[in-house]
Design a binder for this molecule. Structure first.
Ligand SMILES: NC(=O)c1ccc[n+]([C@@H]2O[C@H](COP(=O)([O-])OP(=O)(O)OC[C@H]3O[C@@H](n4cnc5c(N)ncnc54)[C@H](OP(=O)(O)O)[C@@H]3O)[C@@H](O)[C@H]2O)c1
Length: 264
């Protein structure tokens, strides 16, 4: 019997790629979005590429526990049980720092990324009747600071801690929980960047480029699938080496690699 994976914000950007990865591996899907047109487009695209996949879309507003409970009661009617829950949706909290964040801004970020994710994970776990896996999407911005991501980074640090507690609390139900920590993911937002800015950004990455959505989806799939059966309560970092290099990589003195490499 096909397994079922649920991906929040599974109709665009990284979430859509994660949804497609699970469909390609033979899973049925539940994708959430707040936008009906966006999710219908994703359902159509996935079903066209992977015929035979059941794709159910449902609206969830993560800041509302009532919205979460309503969505999960619909999911329960449709699927009875689920196997995988991917907490991908997030308030990106762009340009919110100590100087400009209002109480409403702060609550919007934490209610989405921490409170909403907590209650979604709880409802999802209640449907994992045969055990299951939870994967959360964390960020390097919870490990170190960059401009304008103060509230977002703090919320992702809380999410990392929450993931460990999920692993601890849910182990008796045979449910594993892990986090994928991403650096920069190339979504369609990058298409609007000035090529000069793009080049400058890429100087920060040891790999010379940001991660693709496929690379993040592969890490999520690994943690969600039996490939990682004994892995729980931990993190996989997919960040092009951002956390490893303290200074911009381009500032590193270039050595003569020709003398180092074996000649034959
Ligand atoms: N992009 C990056 O460079 C990057 C780097 C590190 C980590 N991450 C993490 O990776 C994940 C995916 O990133 P992304 O850039 O691909 O995200 P994204 O899809 O561009 O944006 C997040 C999505 O979350 C949903 N969302 C936001 N607020 C919500 C709310 N209150 N209730 C329900 N859904 C809500 C929205 O989807 P709908 O409009 O469909 O509802 C929104 O489009 C996120 O967790 C992000 O924090 C991303």
């Amino acid at each position: 019997m096909k397994k079922t994976a649920m991906v929040t914000a599974g109709s665009s950007h990284t979430g859509l790629e994660i949804s497609k990865k699970f469909a390609s591996e033979g899973y049925n899907l539940i994708i959430t979005s707040r936008n009906k047109d966006k999710s219908q487009n994703a359902v159509d695209e996935i079903q066209k590429t992977y015929p035979g996949t059941k794709v159910f879309s449902v609206q969830i507003e993560l800041t509302s526990v009532e919205s979460i409970k309503t969505a999960f009661s619909k999911i329960k009617e449709e699927f009875k049980a689920i196997d995988v829950f991917v907490a991908n949706a997030a308030h990106l909290g762009v340009d919110l720092d100590i100087y400009n964040t209002t109480e409403d801004d702060f609550d919007a970020v934490f209610d989405t990324n921490v409170k909403g994710t907590f209650f979604c994970c709880r409802e999802a776990a209640r449907l994992m009747k045969n055990g299951g896996t939870i994967v959360t999407l964390g960020s390097v911005q919870s490990k170190g600071a960059v401009e304008g991501r103060t509230v977002y980074g703090a919320s992702k640090a809380a999410l990392s801690a929450l993931t460990k507690y999920l692993a601890y609390d849910l182990a008796p139900l045979n449910i594993r929980a892990n986090c994928v920590i991403s650096g920069a993911i190339h979504t369609t937002r990058w298409d609007n960047l000035d090529p000069k800015d793009l080049e400058k950004r890429r100087e920060n990455y040891l790999t010379g480029r940001e991660s693709t959505t496929e690379e993040v989806a592969n890490a999520v799939y690994y943690l969600a699938s039996p490939l990682s059966s004994s892995v729980t309560g931990t993190e996989i970092v997919v960040d092009s080496g951002l956390l490893t290099s303290i200074l911009p990589y381009a500032n590193r003195k270039v050595k003569n690699h020709d003398d180092f490499l074996c000649k034959e």
